[in-house]
Design a protein around this ligand. Structure first.
Ligand SMILES: Nc1ncnc2c1ncn2[C@@H]1O[C@H](COP(=O)(O)OP(=O)(O)OP(=O)(O)O)[C@@H](O)[C@H]1O
Length: 551
């Protein structure tokens, strides 16, 4: 008696909303286009696609490879060992997880490696020694041996029934050999120039392990969505039509077998012709239909196909209450998510604005501190400048005062000489000596102040450098202002000095004239040498001052 198990496997996807709901052995598919409570969707509601189906086995998104294997394939190993044919199909759209379910990967082994591993552990040495393996693919109704790469023909053989001519049967006495052949066959698929990965979704792959009395068949079917793409043209249209036909025929065959119909349409496609022996008679079949919740149309078609193979109509209204409840749940989730989203948006906005505010405040504070520091710095430098120039002008004033005294003394001398007479000669000499003392003292004093001034000029140089390097214009201005003041002071003194010198010269000339007259009239009132000495000293003193820049 034929036995078929139809299983659904839901691929785990990252999705918030529920589109496929698994409840025990029931799968409910919610049409994402049908917005709950939306009156505009009334028309859509009439062709409602929210549908619930019951299956023999349902694996939800949490089901791992082990669970799928243990519930779908493992129970059939005993049947196989006892001589029954077992066939496992993986059906579904591209990317829905067919290959993952059948083959898996190194870390998550699928049904094929797990089943073969367990089987070889149970097989006797004798049984294993007779095991052989074939691996082929059917693309556009053309059969190709994946182990030899040859294209193959199907032929009726009187005794043997249907045979695939020249199909390579690899002897596989142990699991290691099987693994090698499968790897090799898969790599051949991958090496196809037409683009292996694309091809894989367009061809049916059939792996068969032949034991003495029975066959263990694994079929990874072509992507079912290819069949439904009616808009395809040319090669794609042919391909779609072939896949469509072969999947349809396969479905009809399984349905007929399940319903124990007299006629099973095996001859409808190469795939069913090839699998005829494996499927009919006392055999077991498992169809694992893979669905990915992120693709409603494909999931809908897959569920419908899988369900029809069991000859049971879908039961759209059985679970209406549950559907309504789930749609309500979805609405709630949507609302919560939306709320959370807008809340976190506001929160983010506030955080950003607050950060910006703090940044601005910090900048303002820094600017204020900088301004305060600038004012303070400027004030400090200005004070230094002012202090410097106060000292400078004080010294200059003292110098000028002394200079005035000195010049006045010289003037007095000359004045006195002008008025002198022979009888007062001695008195004049005394006075000149007194004046000379006075001049000497003043010059000494002048020299001391000049030295101080020299030091203070050095100090001024430093302040000048500091001012020129300073970033503040105001201190530069202050410096220039002070220099101008000093220069003005010096200018005034220079005018005064010129005036005195002029007067001095006039007096000298007058005096010399007088002296010459007196000499001519034999009225020598002052010793010639003394007069020379006085003049010499006076001139020396004046020259020195001019040289030192004091005058
Ligand atoms: N149950 C699952 N758990 C984790 N990953 C899965 C599962 N099902 C499928 N995948 C991953 O999804 C991707 C597509 O799966 P897979 O190749 O098995 O799809 P397919 O139906 O065989 O596609 P194709 O028809 O193109 O061969 C792979 O990366 C696979 O590892």
């Amino acid at each position: 008696m034929h036995n078929i198990t139809v299983a659904i496997r839901v691929k785990p996807v990252q999705q918030t909303f529920k589109t496929i709901i698994v409840n025990g052995s029931t799968v409910t598919l919610l049409d994402p286009e049908l917005e709950f409570n939306n009156p505009v969707d009334i028309l859509k509601k009439n062709r409602i696609k929210d549908t619930s189906y019951e299956f023999d086995l349902v694996f939800d998104q949490q089901a791992d490879q082990k669970e799928v294997y243990e519930k779908s394939a493992e129970p059939l190993l005993d049947d196989l060992i006892s001589g029954q044919n077992v066939t496992i199909f993986a059906y579904g759209a591209t990317g829905s997880g067919k290959t993952h379910t059948m083959m898996g990967n190194q870390n998550q082994q699928g049904i094929i490696p797990r089943a073969l591993n367990d089987l070889f552990e149970r097989l006797s040495k004798e049984q294993a020694a007779q095991a052989s393996l074939t691996f082929l693919e059917i693309y556009n109704e053309t059969i190709r041996d994946l182990l030899t790469g040859k294209l193959l023909d199907l032929r009726e053989d009187g005794n043997k029934g249907l045979v695939v001519v020249n199909l390579f049967k690899a002897p596989v006495p142990n699991l290691n050999d099987i693994t090698q052949y499968i790897k090799y066959g898969n790599s051949r698929r991958a090496k196809e120039p037409t683009g292996a990965n694309e091809n894989s979704t367009r061809s049916h792959t059939v792996l068969q392990l032949m034991l003495k009395q029975c066959t263990f068949t694994f079929v990874d079917l072509a992507g079912s969505e290819r069949a439904s793409q009616t808009t395809n043209k040319g090669q794609r249209m042919v391909e779609g039509a072939m896949i469509n036909r072969s999947l349809l025929v396969l479905g009809n065959c399984i349905k007929a077998l399940f319903s124990k119909e007299q006629f099973v349409p095996f001859r409808g496609s190469k795939l069913t012709r090839l699998l005829k022996d494996a499927l009919q008679g006392n055999s077991k079949t498992v169809m694992i239909a893979n669905v990915a919740p992120n693709n409603y149309e494909d999931s809908f078609n897959t569920l419908l196909y899988a369900h029809r193979t069991r000859n049971i109509d879908p039961t759209p209204n059985n679970f209406q209450e549950m559907i309504v409840q789930l749609r309500e749940e979805n609405e709630e989730i949507k609302k919560t998510l939306k709320k959370q989203n807008s809340q976190s948006k506001i929160q983010l906005q506030i955080e950003q604005q607050f950060k910006e505010q703090q940044r601005q405040e910090k900048i303002e504070k820094q600017q204020q501190q900088q301004t305060e520091k600038q004012v303070y710095d400027e004030e400090q430098i200005k004070q230094t400048i002012q202090k410097q120039f106060v000292q400078e002008s004080e010294l200059i004033k003292q110098l000028f005062k002394l200079e005035d005294t000195l010049m006045q003394t010289h003037l007095d001398i000359v004045e006195y000489q002008k008025q002198q007479s022979v009888q007062f000669q001695q008195k004049i000499e005394d006075l000149i000596n007194k004046y000379n003392d006075q001049i000497n003292n003043t010059e000494n004093e002048q020299f001391e102040i000049a030295m101080k001034y020299k030091t203070i000029l050095q100090q001024r140089r430093k302040i000048y450098d500091q001012c020129m390097q300073s970033q503040y214009q105001s201190v530069k201005d202050e410096f220039r202002k002070q220099v101008q003041n000093i220069e003005k002071m010096k200018g005034l003194q220079s005018d005064k000095r010129e005036e005195i010198m002029k007067k001095f010269k006039e007096l000298e000339i007058e005096h010399l004239k007088k002296m010459s007259n007196q000499k001519n009239g034999n009225q020598v009132q002052i010793d010639e040498e003394t007069l020379k000495e006085i003049k010499k000293n006076r001139l020396q003193s004046l020259n020195k001052q001019i040289k030192d820049g004091k005058l």
